[in-house]
Design a protein around this ligand. Structure first.
Ligand SMILES: [Zn+2]
Length: 103
């Protein structure tokens, strides 16, 4: 923000840092973290990705949150809220129109 108070122009701030006007604005005002490695180098940001923790427990055997547990104790990702059993206990059955049939 101090560069903007100096130049009074996001275009000039962008030229100063070697980035576009919208990129200068996004970084300064919105706290945007650029993904491009060359831009990250300009601002001295680390090259490695930042790991962000997510809210939600990942169950054993599952790879994402939002899983349900089947009666057989297996965790699974339901592809529809109606699915109550895992894909082993209740394999996918397709209707002739290509949609999944759930019993
Ligand atoms: Zn099951």
């Amino acid at each position: 923000m101090s560069d903007y108070t100096k130049y009074r122009s996001w275009r000039l701030v962008g030229i100063q840092w070697g980035v576009t006007k919208p990129m200068a604005y996004r970084i300064a005002v919105n706290g945007y973290e650029p993904k491009d490695i060359t831009i990250r180098n300009i601002f001295g940001l680390p090259i490695a990705a930042t790991v962000i923790s997510i809210d939600g427990l990942i169950q054993p055997g599952a790879q994402c949150p939002g899983t349900k547990q089947c009666a057989c104790a297996q965790w699974f990702v339901p592809n529809t809220p109606r699915r109550k059993r895992c894909y082993t206990c209740s394999p996918r059955r397709m209707k002739p129109n290509g949609q999944e049939k759930i019993s």
